[in-house]
Design a protein around this ligand. Structure first.
Ligand SMILES: CC(C)(COP(=O)(O)OP(=O)(O)OC[C@H]1O[C@@H](n2cnc3c(N)ncnc32)[C@H](O)[C@@H]1OP(=O)(O)O)[C@@H](O)C(=O)NCCC(=O)NCCS
Length: 282
């Protein structure tokens, strides 16, 4: 089946709704999509210079992933004393040394339908959900989450407990995208389609969503998501968690402030030094 045929098949079975359950052709198309996702041949979103954000969402891929949940039946799986129950269409992926991916023992899991490139390091416990793309040389540190369909670039460091949200529905919604060479600090949260451009640094604890204004102290701008565009963190921006005083009403009277992430600088030599990673660990 060519990719165009696969796309048509997936869309057809997705549109068929409950009627697709139990249809061998639907399962065949889904399994082919899942294999293509794992080989990195298709992705939920991909770079596209013609798009205003530089990224295009492949809604049919997300439809296919949703189809897989519809077609799946609960099944048991076991590992030693541990037991699990999940849809049989989304088992945990199994890796061998020839995949070139390091999965350190200890409670990590990569779900079927996720692409994990050679040279990725997975520190336990971490989770990569289906449809996610994790590119070469990226480190997924302990307690990090890569949500469904999230796109993570090359040489990204997802620090301990960094949470990268996923999004399956609506199918045309952009997933969270972290471009190449980004450092996502410990305990950060990046959600709701936020796009983090190349080389940006999110200091520990920064949280970004569609509704979070981002204050660029360097350029004197406030960056926000629009109706059709996500919150975009500019290339090489260094974002730290901040606060802003509430200027009216009870908030002012009570002396409260709201969380306000701020761009304090753009990456310089000092940032490079602060974010240098232990190459020997890779
Ligand atoms: C952002 C970071 C990389 C520092 O980058 P840097 O370019 O060296 O930043 P600087 O030290 O020059 O700081 C620039 C400004 O931001 C402030 N700042 C830096 N980090 C901050 C933070 N985490 N929270 C709030 N303010 C911060 C500094 O005080 C400074 O402000 P000032 O000039 O008014 O004093 C670092 O703070 C960080 O968060 N690293 C990630 C740590 C982490 O999560 N590691 C996990 C490894 S598993």
């Amino acid at each position: 089946m060519t990719l165009t045929q696969l796309e048509q098949e997936i869309m057809r079975h997705f549109a068929a709704g409950a009627a697709s359950s139990g249809a061998p052709a639907a399962m065949k198309a889904f399994l082919e999509l899942r294999a293509c996702l794992e080989r990195g041949e298709v992705r939920a979103a991909q770079p596209d210079p013609a798009s205003p954000t530089g990224w295009r969402v492949n809604a049919w891929v997300k439809q296919g992933i949703l189809l897989g949940f519809r077609l799946g039946a609960l099944e048991n799986s076991n590992s030693g004393a541990l037991s699990f129950v999940d849809k049989h269409t989304y088992p945990a992926r199994l890796f061998t040394a020839s995949d070139g991916v390091r999965v350190v023992p200890g409670g990590s899991s990569v779900r079927a339908g996720a692409y994990v490139a050679r040279g990725v390091v997975c520190m336990p416990p971490m989770y990569i959900n289906t449809g996610a793309w994790v590119d070469e040389g990226t480190m997924v540190d302990s307690h990090a989450l890569v949500g469904s369909c999230a796109q993570i670039g090359k040489r990204v460091h997802l620090s301990a407990a960094a949470q990268i949200g996923g999004v399956l529905e609506p199918v045309n919604a952009s997933p969270v995208i972290i471009e190449d060479d980004v450092l996502v600090g410990g305990n950060c949260g990046v959600y709701e389609g936020t796009l983090v451009r190349k080389g940006a640094v999110l200091a520990a604890g920064a949280i970004l969503t569609r509704g979070t204004p981002l204050f660029d102290l360097v350029k004197g701008e406030v960056l926000r998501a629009g109706p059709e565009t996500p919150l975009i963190v500019p290339e090489n921006a260094v974002v730290v968690p901040g606060a802003r005083a509430i200027g009216k009403g009870n908030g002012q009277e009570w002396g409260l402030s709201l969380y306000a992430p701020a761009i304090v600088k753009y990456r310089d030599d000092k940032t490079d030094l602060s974010t240098t990673l232990e190459e020997l660990l890779r």
